[in-house]
Design a protein around this ligand. Sequence first.
Ligand code: 6PG
Length: 307
Amino acid sequence: MATKRVIEVLPGANAVTRRAAALIEAVGEDSASRGDPSTLGTLDTLVLAGGNTPRRVYEHLVKSNAEFVQARLRDLDAEDTQVYGPPFLYAHVFLGDERCVAPEHERSNVGMTRACLLEPLGYAEEQIHLPVGAGEDPQKAAREYEREIHRAFASNWEVRARVEQIVRGDALDGPVPPPDPERWERFDLIMLGLGEDGHTASLFPGSPALEETGRWVVATEHPETGETRLSLTYPCLARARRILFVATGAGKAEAVRRTLEPTPDETPTPAARVTCPNGEILFLLDDAAASGLSDDLRNGTPQEPEA
Ligand code: 6PG
């Protein structure tokens, strides 16, 4: 199935931050309000990204949910304050990539997302599913994180399976048939940054990780520093309902152009190879990051899905 790409060019980095935050705050709204049996029992899921552009989105989310944060800091029971906060605060949260360092290390995406979003907004540990980058064996850490992702989705499989029985009108007695992971291991929103070399998550140009077709998490290396990392792969990213790229600043203009409007002789960037067959890829760009694009693309002419 082709991937639908949408480009939004906004006037400045702050507008990109606000728009990205609003899209994250919408996670869980539709499944909560839609009442569609096919989403009952599914987890609301959000995949965070590392980097400064995503971090600004997290900081904005904490500010815009200050009332909920204050109530939590006062440790008031939500019943008393009627401050439950929007559904995204109850989503299950994952991370697109981690540097292989301890969470306390200044380069850790786990440390950054916990400090900038998860702790201030009071996410419970049972909602949080993050890779463990520090350790001797990055390949083993990659396999363990992949297991953690499947465990998270399986955590409510019985609810999901019972709902599927109800939706099908099956009798509810007897054993619960295993539900279909293909249908319900989906990420509502995956946020991704874009590097100046066109990398995303920790999928770097020329990396063997770009050719992974089965595993959802692999160990990779930064091409210049050799830093070991863990990254979600294209097969995992393809399980999103929406992928949200955020890129701002003139420094990203060439990476954006090469990702969205490559010349025939240019190798597709790692970001260009991300697909979302069951949803859409939204590029949130400020004017500076979009400055290398053609007028058509900058003005939001929907891109013809790839053949
Ligand atoms: C990482 C990120 C990486 C990042 C981009 C954009 O761990 O570095 O996952 O993919 O999102 O490099 O980072 P900036 O927003 O800081 O430019």
